[in-house]
Design a protein around this ligand. Structure first.
Ligand code: DSN
Length: 448
């Protein structure tokens, strides 16, 4: 079987395995005949990506599968509308329906999270964060946030991000002993640095965050509190973990992770900050909103208010804790000892492995996690000592505790002999079998 030039080594193994096993796995034709006619190259890549998603186990903590209703809204004729401004205050004609749509999305976001105001226009989480900074900070102001290497995010003032150039960024981390946030230490730092904004939220912190404690610190130093809840927004919407909304001045999030929606961002705040936030998005940092994305966000919020969604989020929490426990009893150390949310961060050093090797070996077997630095990691961000897993993707397709136990066993089989192609191929076949039992399709046909 020919392997295209763009396929990297790990995926190439997958191609070879597919050549042997594809007979038992039917690839679906998902693209419409109009796309296949207009652009067969793109149509075939979309079909290949669909097949990849169908036949692999997605344990990437930042990913999920959006239902068909979300994808349909995303591909709708709202794409064709330009609508600078806000409902009732546009700079283009023909915006009556667009106004209704955006207001619906705003109202749903406010109701879902109990917020005074919602801006649903950010194209991404980074854009949402930039706009919050722009709403109340001046260049050169100090922000205090979680450091990237301990689980924070680039857009929280990391040196590699423009946010680190615009603002004086200082960072707090986790304690070496507990690998958890130390609120006394954060308070001491805040008292010393007097930041204008305290930023919380993380991409690889497996524990709950104490929002009332952070708000008390922010109030003590007259700082704003921004919580970026991108990873956990679905869990918060389902009320299976505490919400930052009652405690923070600003809350930002993306809609595509635990929330199961489209790729985009949202800002929540009390009504008193509505004008500043809205002006900071448009005209401050963005032009016209992507209305098809706003439509997909509206669908996502509607779905997140339903009982089925809550059940998936509750199962996500349960399976993440189980995955941590199952890996732990096989000798893989979960950072901080376990998890309170959807993700598990594994320290591989006890197994003599690095994140890059482990990630590649698992991918060859169709199990997708990602290499990730752990707190105080001696390795570079390319190599890393850690692997990050999340259970949103498998729970969305209906898997639960029994499947999570199987998956933990497969991870161990692979990582015990990471260079062994025959083990990878054997597990790959079993992974395909499990994926066939839990197709993505039923999720895509669920309620809108
Ligand atoms: N923030 C990145 C992550 O957590 O993987 C992308 O969403």
């Amino acid at each position: 079987m020919d392997v295209p030039y763009w396929v990297d080594k790990a995926v190439a193994v997958d191609y070879l395995i597919r050549a042997e096993t594809v007979a038992g796995f039917s690839m679906k034709e998902n693209t419409s005949s109009s796309l296949q006619h207009a652009d067969p190259a793109v149509a075939s890549l979309i079909d290949a990506e669909r097949e990849r998603q169908e036949s692999t186990l997605n344990l990437i903590a930042a990913e999920n599968t959006a239902p068909a209703a979300v994808l349909e809204a995303l591909g709708s004729c709202f794409n064709n509308k330009t609508a600078e401004g806000y409902p009732g205050r546009r700079y283009h004609t023909g915006c009556g329906v667009a106004d209704e749509l955006e207001q619906l999305a705003v109202d749903r976001a406010k109701a879902l999270f109990g917020a005074g105001h919602a801006n649903v226009q950010p194209h991404s989480g980074v854009n949402a964060n930039l706009a919050v900074y722009g709403a109340v900070l001046k260049p050169g102001d100090t922000i205090l946030s979680m450091k990237l290497s301990h689980g924070g995010h680039l857009s929280h003032g990391d040196a590699a991000s423009i946010t680190g150039r615009i603002f004086q960024a200082a960072h707090y981390g986790v304690s070496p002993g507990t690998e958890r946030l130390d609120y006394d230490a954060i308070r001491e730092q805040a008292l010393r640095l007097r930041p204008r904004m305290l930023v919380a939220g993380a991409s690889s912190y497996p524990r709950l965050i104490d929002y009332p404690a952070l708000r008390a610190i922010a109030d003590e130093v007259s700082a704003y509190l921004l919580v970026d809840m991108a990873h956990i927004a679905g869990l918060v919407a389902a009320r299976v973990i505490p919400s930052p909304v009652p405690h923070a001045h600003f809350v930002t999030f993306t809609t595509y992770k635990t929330l199961m929606g489209p790729h985009g961002g949202v800002i929540l705040c009390p009504a008193e900050f509505a004008r500043q936030v809205d002006r900071s998005i448009f005209p401050g940092t963005q032009g016209t909103p992507t209305l098809s994305l706003v439509a997909a966000k509206a669908v996502c919020f509607h779905r997140a208010a339903q009982e089925e969604f809550r059940a998936v989020q509750a199962r996500t929490l349960k399976t993440a804790a189980l995955l941590a426990a199952e890996l732990s009893r096989r000798g893989y150390r979960p950072v901080s000892g376990g998890t309170d949310n959807h993700l598990v961060l594994i320290d591989l050093r006890g197994k003599g492995l690095t994140g890059d090797r482990a990630e590649a070996a698992l991918e060859a077997a169709g199990i997708l996690g990602n290499r990730n630095v752990i707190p105080f990691d001696p390795e570079s961000t390319q190599v890393t000592s850690g692997l990050r897993f999340g259970t949103p993707g498998i729970c969305t397709r209906g898997m639960g505790e029994e499947e999570t136990r199987h998956i933990a066993g497969w991870i161990d089989r692979i990582l015990s002999r990471p260079e062994d192609r025959s083990v990878q191929q054997a597990v790959r076949r079993e992974v395909r079998g499990l994926c066939r039992r839990f197709p993505l399709q039923p999720n895509r046909e669920e309620v809108a």
